[in-house]
Design a protein around this ligand. Structure first.
Ligand SMILES: [Zn+2]
Ligand SMILES: [Zn+2]
Length: 338
């Protein structure tokens, strides 16, 4: 049996371990992918620290995967060896629960998560059900494409389902891994884009990425500037800081939506009055299914979205993870296979 290198987590709160494992078989509807790049997402902490119940260890994390189809199972007829594909957070659906019967795969009751329900992309090879695979446009490199499979599709989907129309004011709070993509997507979608940050440090970058306004909330509250512009139709909250999110509700215009994608665990303090009078709402957005990811990849290629990454070899996955957790990686860390 042929072997591959993989970076696994042996147990909840265990360390990353570089191991040799058998290359997995493409059976049934599984597709085997030779991994070219895998993004390191904050949600990989779920595997590292055992934050979801029932994770089977050892587990190989990684749900921002781009690679090449290497083998297909007998039931995986939609793909063939040599195609470039991506696998994101949404790792497959059951097709039989009520959500799936409605075609709403992302809220599937038995949704699988790549790198949590099964081994993910911190490895030279992985297998995934064919319904979890997105096709990757030729114009998009594997390292740039990887973060789009989670960070990208989450911001892209939240924005395109926000109800904001071209010309509407849309805020993007936080200018890290999610926010730098959010600004570019919002610009490309035709919104009047306001970057919202807590300092002036990223002003130049935000304007270069396409923001029309830059709000430094340590100098002026976001609500003051955005209300002058008529209020935001939507604000994409990417920094997992619930207090900051609360302050953004005031910056929404009538019918405005706070799109919560920065996954924090603290409650967002909000009163019914904050929401009622101007029909405001707070909406979460969970990534996207394979076709959403594919559309995000195509949109990024079409609009020449600049995905800002720091590369690490697979062997340095622990460093990549640690740098990401401690904020040393300003945008996205990506493992590049050799
Ligand atoms: Zn993720
Ligand atoms: Zn389902």
């Amino acid at each position: 049996m042929q072997k591959m290198l993989a970076m696994q987590v042996g147990k909840a709160r265990g360390n990353f371990e570089l191991v040799e494992k058998p290359i997995p078989e493409a059976v049934g509807n599984l597709v085997r992918v030779k991994v070219e790049a895998c993004g390191v997402c904050h949600s990989d902490v779920i595997v590292k620290d055992g934050l979801f119940p029932g994770i089977k260890y050892p587990r190989v994390p990684g749900h921002e995967v781009i690679g090449v189809v290497d083998a297909v199972g007998p039931e995986a007829k939609n793909f063939s060896p040599g195609q470039r594909v991506g696998i994101g957070w949404h790792g497959g659906q059951c097709f039989t629960c009520d959500s799936c019967r409605r075609g709403d795969f992302i809220t599937c009751d038995k949704a699988k998560i790549c790198g949590i329900s099964y081994d993910g992309g911190y490895a030279q090879y992985m297998v995934a059900p064919q319904d979890a695979l997105a096709r990757v446009p030729d114009a998009l490199g594997s390292v740039a494409g990887a973060p789009l499979m989670c960070a990208g599709v989450t911001t892209f989907n939240a924005l395109r389902h926000s109800g904001a129309r071209p010309g509407d004011v849309v805020g993007v709070q936080g200018l890290g891994g999610l926010g730098h993509l959010g600004i570019q997507f919002a610009k490309a979608m035709g919104f009047h884009v306001a970057a919202i940050s807590t300092s002036d440090g990223k002003r130049e970058l935000a304007m270069k990425l396409g923001a029309h306004e830059y709000i430094n909330t340590s100098v002026e509250p976001a609500a003051r500037t955005l209300r002058k512009l008529g209020g935001a139709a939507a604000i994409l909250a990417t920094a997992p800081d619930s207090k900051t999110m609360h302050a953004l509700i005031e910056a929404l215009g009538a019918g405005g939506r706070l799109l919560v994608i920065g996954a924090g665990t603290d409650p967002i303090p909000v009163t019914p009055i904050d929401l009622i009078m101007k029909r405001k709402s707070i909406m979460g957005w969970p990534s996207g299914h394979a076709m959403d990811s594919q559309e995000c990849l195509e949109f990024a290629a079409l609009t020449k979205t600049h995905v800002m990454v720091e590369e690490f070899p697979l062997e340095k996955a622990a460093d990549a993870f640690e740098h990401m957790m401690s904020g040393k990686v300003r945008f996205r860390a990506v493992l590049k296979m050799t």
